[in-house]
Design a protein around this ligand. Structure first.
Ligand SMILES: [Mg+2]
Length: 365
């Protein structure tokens, strides 16, 4: 059984800003535009020379009719009291990396499709659609617990349906489309719900009397091919709930890990640190032998009650040294053990985002 999960953060940029500045909670918040240096202190949109467009806005702002890509001057007309914040891309990228680290722990394969969106292949992690629902809830909870941010999730037998499903209920939504119910789900939806169908395509389809996915699924594929070429036949396939494309990891091809089970469960910090150091050394020797550099270091902890916790950290650039593995693994370890009073039965250290060391990096080592 193939089970694909699509996760999309809810109004990502503005949600991150509100998290960083809780005073903004419940207010119409807009992220976007250009702000002149002099006016930087104030977040009152009225005092700003409003240029550029809305990048993201909070759900409170959406209630005024404000949406992404709208001119800020128009947004100001709709809601003069909105709080306007500049785009802090460095911050969103950092949070995005942390979120992808969490997701990576919960999937065999993950394909990041934008700063706040990813497909996860969870086929081997669940046995049926009820388990898939529970699994998705667990992932949502994990993201909320660690990042304090909500997301919307779709779970389905393929990527296209999973993506449509994640948009179906927002924010903080979860929509599961089981194997046998794909057409029941798709049929009544507007064709514009299909990823890639923009206003232009929707308009052209409408002229031919096709407004719902049901009509698109039933229409003559030759007509679509004549009108849209190859894209037309893909449209028809997707409307029929078929999508064979795989979740493809872009550049994380490999990971390497070592783990150890203790003879006696322990919470002795020095024992745990020694173990993390030794496992880091083993991982380091293995990647050195193969000539890999890494961007992500992760740990896994299994407690005496068999509960498992994982933590990961991804860096902006690739590293190749033992010190970095040890330092990050021990930091992550402290985060997990600090909160739990339970004894530990197993520890694992993993490096991922492996790439082959190039000549330039060779010289640095
Ligand atoms: Mg989003």
């Amino acid at each position: 059984m193939k089970v694909i999960l699509h996760l999309d953060m809810d109004s990502f940029f503005s949600a991150v800003e509100v998290r960083e500045n809780p005073d903004l909670k419940g207010l119409p918040v807009i992220v976007g535009g250009e702000i002149r240096a002099k006016e930087k202190e104030s977040t009152d949109i009225k005092e700003k020379r409003v240029r550029g467009v809305v990048s993201t806005c909070s759900y409170e702002a959406r209630e005024y009719g404000i949406h992404s890509a709208m001119a800020l001057s128009k947004a100001y007309e709709l809601c003069p009291d909105a709080k306007l914040l500049p785009v802090n891309m460095a911050l969103y990228k950092r949070v995005s990396r942390e979120i992808m680290d969490i997701l990576r722990m919960h999937a065999d394969k993950i394909e990041q499709v934008s700063i706040d969106e990813a497909f996860l292949d969870i086929s081997t992690r669940v046995n049926d659609w009820n388990e898939a629902r529970d699994y998705a809830l667990m992932v949502k909870k994990e993201v909320l617990k660690i990042e304090g941010l909500t997301c919307s999730v779709g779970v389905a037998p393929n990527k296209t349906i999973a993506k449509i499903a994640s948009e179906f209920v927002k924010p903080d939504g979860l929509t599961v489309v089981e194997d046998g119910r794909v057409m029941d789900f798709l049929a009544p939806l507007d064709v514009s719900r299909i990823p890639g169908v923009g206003p232009k395509t929707a308009e052209m389809l409408k002229k031919r009397g096709i407004e719902k996915i049901r009509q698109l699924a039933d229409c003559n594929v030759q007509m679509l091919v004549a009108k849209f070429g190859k894209y037309g036949s893909r449209l028809h396939t997707h409307a029929n709930g078929i999508d064979e494309s795989e979740v493809e990891e872009e550049w994380e091809r490999k990971s390497l890990s070592r783990e150890r089970t203790f003879a006696v469960d322990t919470k002795d910090v020095s024992v745990l640190n020694t173990c993390v150091d030794e496992l880091s050394g083993e991982v380091y020797n293995a990647i050195k032998k193969e000539g890999f550099v890494f961007k992500t270091v992760a740990i896994k902890v299994k407690f005496e009650d068999f509960a498992v916790q994982t933590r990961a950290k991804t860096m902006g650039i690739a590293h190749s040294d033992l010190y970095t593995i040890k330092r990050i693994a021990n930091d992550l370890m402290a985060k997990v053990t600090g909160k739990e009073g339970k004894k530990i039965r197993l520890v694992g250290v993993r490096v991922s985002h492996l790439t082959l060391m190039d000549d330039k990096q060779m010289r640095l080592v």
